[in-house]
Design a protein around this ligand. Sequence first.
Ligand SMILES: Nc1ncnc2c1ncn2[C@@H]1O[C@H](COP(=O)(O)OP(=O)(O)OP(=O)(O)O)[C@@H](O)[C@H]1O
Length: 238
Amino acid sequence: MDILKISNLSKIISNKLILDDISFSVHEGEIFGFLGPNGAGKTTTIKIITGLMKPSSGEILINNTNIEKEPLKAISNIGAIIENPSLYKYLTGLENLKLVAKLRHVNINERDYVIDEIIPAEALNEKVSKYSLGMKERLSIGCALIGNPKILILDEPTNGLDPEGIIHLRKILKKLVQEKNMTIFISSHQLNEIQNICSRIAFIKKGKIQSVECMDEILKSGMNLEDKYMSIMGGELL
Ligand SMILES: Nc1ncnc2c1ncn2[C@@H]1O[C@H](COP(=O)(O)OP(=O)(O)OP(=O)(O)O)[C@@H](O)[C@H]1O
């Protein structure tokens, strides 16, 4: 089933065509990569999918709900972290989670975050100002998951993370997919990260989708993601 369906999406900002007739679908329960160089249009696409920006034309269906016709219903399926995680530094991790839960009118069970290894128990009661970048990312994921969204959208989640942070993030994301049938949409310009975690990948360049590929098929053809990227993007570096 397509949990996210983007059809003929275009966006013009200040007379400039930023997204040019984009179409692709994300299947339920997959980790989908969105790969492209700086300025390709990844964040703009994500802002439109999450309702932060309106499209100039095109249609977006989230869990079969049209985002323009029923925005609240459509967006309730999404948990997202866009650009930098926005957290209250002088509150604890748990206080941040509780605040988001209150805003979304849901109850949370703080143990769930510990059990799912998203946030260690000892960090829950520590102030966010003391958190490492990796721990802030984990808390942001915890906040994004409040209300049990069907899709988790992450914009460049590994930016600035150390290797330990990257490994832990990868483990959490795989667990969410395997155990909770979550769908994850992850934008990145880090080939390794995408190759290690994603089952399908859309390649975007200058606001246009160049291709959507299965990671298995790429590997079966004897290529790695870097080879495929160079062949699709015409050697444009990330
Ligand atoms: N509000 C805006 N006004 C003018 N131009 C914009 C605006 N937002 C984005 N752009 C332009 O749209 C293009 C796509 O930007 P976008 O941030 O979506 O790319 P990206 O693929 O996410 O890049 P990065 O990896 O650097 O974040 C860029 O050329 C950017 O300068």
